[in-house]
Unconditional design. Structure first.
Ligand SMILES: O=C(O)/C=C/c1cccc(O)c1O
Ligand SMILES: [Fe+2]
Length: 319
């Protein structure tokens, strides 16, 4: 019999590298442990993981709005594990067909490279990259022009309708956000060297990788010390976003324009579209009969993250 569950969490590669005070780390880790224990109790037969990329697997040589992996492998950035995810290829292709039949265009990859956006939640919540079968669903949240909130919702809706046909225990997971603006180059105005990296910067050397990560670590330290020009975290925006998900007002997000996001919450806040898609999948798969709660929120400058966890469960009598 079908059974559905929803889990969303912020990711941050700075965890363990630039940490806040002990009490904050402890409370964030407790929130993650709760997700992990609940996931283990649910024991999913299949996970749909909605997540972004940070110019590690997807580049401007061919940048899709959405891509489903029929096979995927983690590059192992920021100390995340490298290696293959456990992707059921046939189901992933069936999912692409269902999404396209629902008139949402979606690319497919038989060699998807994923970074901490996918690897960190799998490691934190399942202890491995390959413990459970997982269908990776990439949402471009960084490389303008970006898909809209409405398209992300429709993608999630189509994935949820497909998942409901499988007769399995399915977990919808969203990884990213909330308000944040880590250092990330944009193609507009980039030097030729940076533009080349954004267009075709796959497979960095160890030296290039270390330099990139060290830059982010340095900026995080500066940001935490209050001496950085990064866009500030925006707890009010984050709480409003979480509240809307709790209200299950997903169509309400159709009115949100991409141009508003960077100004209010930092350019990387577009990662919340992974949460929106996961919530829309849960809504579609349960026919709207689900409840959402968010047990944890804290703005954590050291992690350059409005950091939160959220869960959703089916509820038969919820109108
Ligand atoms: O890709 C990077 O170098 C940094 C990514 C990052 C930093 C902070 C918060 C996030 O959500 C990130 O993805
Ligand atoms: Fe990110």
């Amino acid at each position: 019999m079908s059974s559905m569950k929803l889990q969303c969490l912020s990711h941050t590669p700075l965890m363990g590298l630039v940490d806040p005070d002990e009490a904050t780390v402890r409370s964030a880790m407790q929130a993650l442990r709760t997700l992990k224990e609940d996931l283990e109790t649910f024991d999913p037969e299949l996970i749909f993981l909605f997540a972004p990329d940070h110019y590690n697997g997807f580049f401007y040589d061919l940048m899709p709005s959405f891509c489903i992996g029929a096979a995927a492998s983690s590059i192992g950035d920021y100390g995340c594990r490298s290696g293959p995810l456990n992707v059921p290829g046939n189901l992933a292709i069936e999912c692409v067909k269902a999404v396209q039949a629902a008139e949402v265009d979606c690319a497919v990859s038989f060699r998807m490279q994923v970074d901490h956006g996918f690897a960190q939640p799998l490691e934190l919540l399942t202890g491995a990259l390959d413990r459970y079968p997982v269908i990776p669903v990439f949402i471009n949240s960084l490389a303008a022009p970006l898909p809209s909130f409405k398209r992300a919702r429709l993608l999630g809706n189509a994935v949820g309708l497909y998942a409901a046909t499988l007769g399995r225990r399915v977990l919808f997971m969203g990884s990213g956000g909330l308000s944040h603006n880590p250092p990330a180059p944009s193609l507009a105005g980039a030097t030729p060297e940076v533009a080349e990296r954004l267009i075709a910067g796959r497979n960095l050397s160890a030296e290039q990788r270390n330099a990139r990560q060290q830059r982010t670590i340095d900026v995080a330290r500066e940001f935490a010390g209050g001496g950085s020009t990064l866009h500030p975290l925006n707890p009010a925006w984050d709480k409003d976003f979480l509240e809307r998900l709790k209200q299950r007002d997903l169509i309400g997000f159709d009115k949100v324009e991409n141009a508003q996001i960077g100004l209010a919450a930092g350019e990387s806040a577009h990662e919340v579209k992974t949460w929106l898609a996961a919530n829309a999948a849960m809504a579609a798969a349960t026919g709207g009969r689900y409840v959402v709660r968010s047990d944890y929120y804290a703005p954590i400058p050291e992690w350059i993250a409005g950091f939160s966890t959220l869960q959703g469960d089916e509820q038969a009598d919820y109108g």
